[in-house]
Design a protein around this ligand. Sequence first.
Ligand SMILES: [Zn+2]
Length: 113
Amino acid sequence: MHELAVTEYVFNLVKKQADAAGVSHVDKIHFLLGDQCEYVPEIIEEYLQVMSEGTALSGVKVDAVIKESTVVCKNCNHKFTRHEFKDVCPKCGSANLKLNRCTDFIVKNIEVS
Ligand SMILES: [Zn+2]
C-alpha cells in the first residue's frame, strides 16, 4: 500500500500550510491525478480520516480530477486521449502510436473554513 506514504506526505504538506495561514479547518483537498498514477483517491481519503483525527484536517474530504494520458500518432502527429484510443489513430488509421502515460500526482488546492 504505497498510498500510506503519499498520504503522510500530503497530510504534512497541507497541515503545515493550514497552520501557517492560521485556518481553523481544512474541509477538502483537491487532487489532479493522471490516469496512470498508481494512487487511489478513496484510499488516500481513508488514510487521511485516520491521520487527521484531532487536527485542523479532521474529517477532511478528497476530491480528485483525473487527467487522461495522451496518445500521439507517429505517422500524422495527431494527438488524442487514451480514452479514444482504439489501437489505431482515429485520423489516419496508423498503428504507429506513442502513449504518453500521465502519472501526475498533484495537490491542486485546498478548501478551508
Ligand atoms: Zn495518425
